[in-house]
Design a protein around this ligand. Structure first.
Ligand code: DGL
Length: 262
């Protein structure tokens, strides 16, 4: 059983990929909807929340954890890896690998939350794999609230204006590949692509899911392919917006838990 967590809905981009690639997998998803967003908080707070999220998943007896959150992956992954007794997979390494493979001109852009960009983690990983790459980074703090509130349609004027504002530097840089370093961002990929046409987008959640299945091995059969969802606030909003991420209605139970007990 694989546990997946995020601050909110974004990690569902990893769940969707996981279901697509390994439909027999049993998954437990936790979205910390009561405390989203994480991206503008201090490193200490993000790590504290991440430890509680992981402790909840451990209490459900998961065999591995996918940190389907760019903010936690860039801020607290090494702490989680050191302290948890099971494999922990984050989004940074797999996304950097995919971007280095995809780029043709060696110019790779990364967008994410303020905490993610502040950490420099994507940049370090890309440079490790390809020292000659040019890396352009940009924090996009308004994207998560826009997505969590459903402003995701391709022709949404508010989101388009925010995208124009944040992405102009990347357009000018001539980057041909963009890592969506926050797992919420693939939901507004349509808007992003309008501002950055002909740029290859890398979904960090999907790349983490692929990597997890590579590392842990795909469940071939015998599982019933269930997903149990847990959130830390009223599930109503989560349920109504989850279909945007999953590309269909939630198929599984959604339960509210008290994350402060972990
Ligand atoms: N999906 C999270 C990430 O990938 C959202 C961040 C937030 O909660 O601000 O960074």
């Amino acid at each position: 059983m694989i546990g997946i967590f995020d601050s909110g809905l974004g990690g569902l981009t990893a769940v969707k990929e996981m279901i697509k690639l390994s439909p027999d997998e049993e998954l437990i998803y936790f979205g910390d909807t009561g405390r989203v967003p994480y991206g503008n908080r201090s490193s200490a707070t993000i790590t504290k929340y991440a430890c509680q999220d992981a402790a909840f998943l451990l209490s459900k007896k998961v065999d591995a954890i996918v940190v389907a959150c760019g903010t936690v992956s860039t801020t607290s992954l090494s702490h989680l890896k050191k302290t948890l007794p099971i494999p922990v997979i984050g989004v940074v390494e797999p996304s950097a690998e995919a971007a280095v493979k995809a780029t043709k001109n060696g110019r790779i852009a990364v967008i994410g939350t303020a905490a993610t960009i502040r950490s420099g983690a994507f940049e370090r990983e890309i440079k490790k794999l390809s020292p000659d790459s040019e890396v352009i980074t940009q924090a996009c703090p308004l994207f998560v609230p826009l997505v969590e509130n459903g402003f995701v349609q391709e022709d949404c004027e508010i989101t388009r204006l925010a995208a124009e504002h944040y992405l102009s530097k990347i357009r000018e840089s001539g980057a041909d590949t963009l890592i969506l370093g926050c797992t919420h961002y693939p939901i507004i990929a349509g808007v992003i692509s309008k501002v950055l046409p002909n740029v290859t987008l890398i979904s960090s959640g999907a790349e983490a899911a692929k990597k997890a299945l590579e590392v842990l091995g795909k469940k071939e059969s015998g599982g019933c392919g269930s997903v149990s969802y847990y959130v830390s606030d009223d599930p109503t909003m989560f349920v109504s917006n989850a279909s945007l991420f999953l590309g269909g209605e939630i198929n599984g139970t959604v339960e509210k838990i008290n994350i402060n007990e972990y």
